[in-house]
Design a protein around this ligand. Structure first.
Ligand code: NBG
Length: 792
């Protein structure tokens, strides 16, 4: 193969039509990216032909979100050509760092759910499992976040503006997706005559495995109008009306709904969901038949995973395709469907369980509603037979909710049609069985399982934290990137003074690098809470503690431990309370910075526009990871794993995967506080947060109300303070004292640096099971029944 540097120089001419004198940084980035892509494509073609030749059972991952992060660095690492790329960059008169930094990431997800999908694509390829990830190619991803006067301001994310070298548009593939209209039932079957038709076209992005040739791909669907113009309208001179239909179709994949863990409930969102699953399934069937298989083999050839309920319409869509287009009977179609699908639930928050108004589904997808009704009729018969006379149970389990206006309940639909249903951490899977899906778990206990989330060590350790990666390799050798349990070998080094010193120096260097961007004291304890802003995640609990520390300083106490509190995360644009919490962080930061007595001991930093790229800078620098959600509400969390794997200690509640992290690293190496999920439910029965407030907490609330963090404005934070005093649905007040005391234990350990460093090493050494490779191996064995592919 030609030298990368030569290829890059060629690309400058053949792809970009530029020469060195006029080339911009973007050109240099694109030239390198195109050259890297060429190498990926060769591997991809080999993988694809191996899949076809071996008729390999393939995973079809359906997800409305993929937060894949910047691609250049990750791809260079997967291909093992970083040194070559460095030389190529040099030849272009720049550095690899500049080019990697230049890349704009595709923000096609909101948070953990979308990032999990991206980690899983990485692990699938690395474990040589044939897989295609289907999703939506949003023209605008998650909004960019600015902070102005302490408030979040949203800007559109024009991520495609400078070109996207990683994707390939497949011009030969197109699927039609209908909406609206009516159905016709005849003796030969059912026909759906949609009112309008949109075309779906795919853009593919290669996903390279690490240390293997297997390369899978993400296929993201984009909507285009099926008729360029409405010809009738065009002929009578109504140009605008003619173009209108086109614009309407293409709006379908314009923008990602910026809601995290709560549905938007908008028609366009439902259209997006149906659009991409219809494209995905039509495409799967096309490939299946092309490969010479019979449509009846679909569930043998494909294992389809629903990433939360967003792709659930795939169930009635597959039934429709099998019956109405391929002539199968209901029973045959249902048998195949039941064997094909599995469903992962990602939240227990009641407001987050997706339901769609029945009239909307009837209007938009009349055929699908008929199918849903029929699934429901047969399903309820089964329940009735097992639990005769239990009408309350029947009402709870029905796919159609009757409370107020009727709705279609997506979680129930996904559960009824899936051979496996899993939660994303042990506690969450248990609560899922005991609460939200209890009736279903009683009916089909064997279908319920757990797969605890994981994260890719390639991106989140090796790539994000090269200093740590090198130190780990120097101690235990290569191989941990593909087999993270190998980190165990680090445990012996926790008592090696020389190694501990190197470990400390790595953290220090990472903090110094972050401090260069954000100007803080790198010797202070870096205490970080980075995740979507949400009341249940309790960024305000953290802030109340910061205010309490500030008060202690004002009262003459010496904290002994200088701290920098880093906050980062986006709030859903319509989530007022979350935006107010961001404003509070800014206000607290400002007040402390203005206090000469406090500013050397405390600093509050809000890092704007949290993204994969920003995250890769923050995780390596953190000393303390804040995982302080109200117990029972965070399904898993994955940031908790990323911080741990970068050597941060955790302060956290017994929630989500924190429970398992604590088990893995050992109770002595985890700062635990707060009510358990059971205690939370019990406490809620008779909770009066405003009564007997803790003195420090009362004082902090008073300062907030008094305008100390809003430049004297006493109204700004009233909604937040009143809510905490009167309702406090997330038990911030109940957990405040325990949290604050636990933070004292953090400070004590920090003052014994050798112990802190040893604990940090032990955390990393014992966190190998939080690799997404472990999660994907579990899905492969327990749920998908797939084996690795042989490529080459
Ligand atoms: C989120 C949970 C997180 C979890 C991720 C990935 C949704 C609906 N759920 O706790 O809130 O880590 O999913 O499983 O976004």
């Amino acid at each position: 193969m030609a030298k990368l540097a030569d290829e890059v120089r060629d690309k400058m001419t053949t792809e970009l039509a530029k020469f060195p004198g006029v080339a911009t940084t973007n050109d240099r980035y694109l030239a390198l990216a195109y050259s890297v892509r060429d190498r990926l494509l060769r591997r991809w073609v080999d993988s694809a032909s191996a899949i076809l030749a071996q008729r390999h059972r393939t995973v079809i991952y359906l997800s409305a979100e993929y937060l894949i992060g910047p691609q250049l660095g990750a791809n260079l690492m997967a291909l093992g050509i970083e040194d070559e790329a460095r030389a190529a960059a040099k030849q272009l008169g720049t550095t690899l760092e500049v080019l990697v930094d230049h890349e704009e990431e595709p923000g096609l997800g909101n948070g953990g759910l979308g990032r999990l999908a991206a980690c899983y694509m990485d692990s699938l390829a690395t474990l040589d499992i044939a897989a295609v990830g289907h999703g939506l190619r949003y023209e605008f991803g998650i909004f960019d976040q600015d902070i102005r006067d302490g408030w979040q301001v949203e800007r559109t994310d024009r991520w495609l503006r400078a070109g996207n070298p990683w994707e390939i548009r497949r011009y030969e593939i197109m699927h039609e997706v209908g909406f609206g209209g009516h159905t016709e039932h005849t003796v030969t079957g059912v026909r759906w005559i949609p009112e309008r038709v949109v075309e779906g076209v795919p853009y593919d992005t290669p996903v390279a495995g690490y240390g293997t040739r297997t390369t899978n791909f993400l296929r993201l669907w984009s909507a285009v109008a099926s008729e360029e113009f409405d010809l009738d309208a065009f002929q009578v001179g109504e140009y605008w009306r003619a173009v209108d239909a086109k614009i309407r179709s293409e709006n379908l994949t314009k923008v990602l709904y910026p809601n995290d863990s709560s549905p938007a409930g908008k028609q366009l969102r439902l259209e997006q969901q149906y659009f991409f699953v219809s494209c995905a399934l039509q495409d799967c069937i096309r490939l299946l038949l092309h490969g010479g298989a019979n449509i009846r083999d679909l569930a043998e050839v494909l294992a389809i995973q629903l990433n939360d309920t967003h792709p659930t319409l795939a169930i009635p869509e597959l039934m429709r395709l099998l019956m109405d287009l391929h002539g199968l009977s209901w029973d045959d179609a249902w048998t195949i469907t039941r064997k094909a699908f599995a469903y992962t639930n990602h939240t227990l928050l009641p407001e987050a369980l997706e339901t769609w108004p029945l009239p909307l589904v009837a209007r938009l997808l009349p055929r699908h509603l008929e199918i849903i009704y029929e699934i429901n009729r047969r399903f309820l018969d089964e329940v009735r037979a097992k639990f005769p006379g239990d009408n309350a149970r029947l009402a709870r389990m029905s796919l159609i909710g009757e409370s107020g206006d009727k709705q279609v309940r997506m979680a129930n639909l996904a559960t009824v049609a899936s051979h496996h249903i899993n939660g994303v951490a042990a506690l969450h899977s248990r609560l899922l069985r005991e609460t939200v899906l209890r009736d279903f778990a009683e009916l089909w206990p064997e279908r319920f399982t757990n797969v605890t989330n994981g994260v890719t060590p390639r991106r989140f350790v090796a790539l994000a934290n090269p200093r740590l990666g090198e130190l780990i390799t120097s101690a235990i050798g290569e191989g941990w990137q593909r087999d993270l349990e190998k980190l165990r070998g680090l445990e012996n080094f926790a008592t090696d003074a020389g190694f501990c010193e190197k470990w400390r120096a790595v953290k220090q260097a990472n903090k110094a690098a972050l401090a260069e961007r954000f100007d803080f004291d790198p010797s202070a304890l870096l205490d970080a809470q980075c995740k979507r802003i949400h009341e249940y995640k309790r960024q305000h609990l953290n802030l109340l503690h910061v205010i309490a520390l500030w008060q202690r300083i004002r009262n003459g106490e010496d904290l002994g431990v200088p701290r920098t509190f880093v906050f980062a995360g986006k709030a859903a644009p319509a989530y007022w309370m979350a935006k107010l919490i961001i404003r509070l962080a800014a206000g607290v930061g400002e007040a402390i910075a203005g206090d000469p007595k406090a500013r050397h001991q405390l600093r509050v930093l809000f890092v704007p526009d949290f993204s994969v790229k920003v995250a890769q800078r923050v995780y390596p620098a953190a000393d303390l990871s804040e995982q302080i959600s109200t117990a029972g509400l965070e399904a898993s969390g994955t940031g908790n794993m990323k911080f741990t794997l970068n050597g941060a200690l955790t302060i956290g509640t017994l929630d989500g995967a924190n429970v398992e992290i604590r088990e893995a690293v050992g109770a002595d190496h985890f700062f635990l506080f707060g009510l358990t999920a059971e205690q939370v439910s019990a406490a809620k029965a008779n909770y009066h947060p405003g009564r007997d407030l803790d003195a420090e907490l009362g004082n902090a609330l008073h300062l907030i109300s008094d305008g100390a963090f809003s430049r004297g404005d006493r109204d700004m934070f009233a909604p937040l303070v009143n809510d905490l005093r009167e309702r406090d649905p997330f038990l911030v007040c109940a957990d405040f004292r325990a949290y604050s005391d636990c933070q004292r234990r953090v400070a004590e350990l920090w003052q014994a640096p050798e112990k802190w460093v040893a604990s940090s090493i032990i955390n990393v050494a014992r966190a190998g099971r939080f690799s997404s490779d472990r999660s994907i191996s579990e899905y492969a064995k327990q749920i998908w029944n797939v084996a690795p592919l042989r490529v080459g």
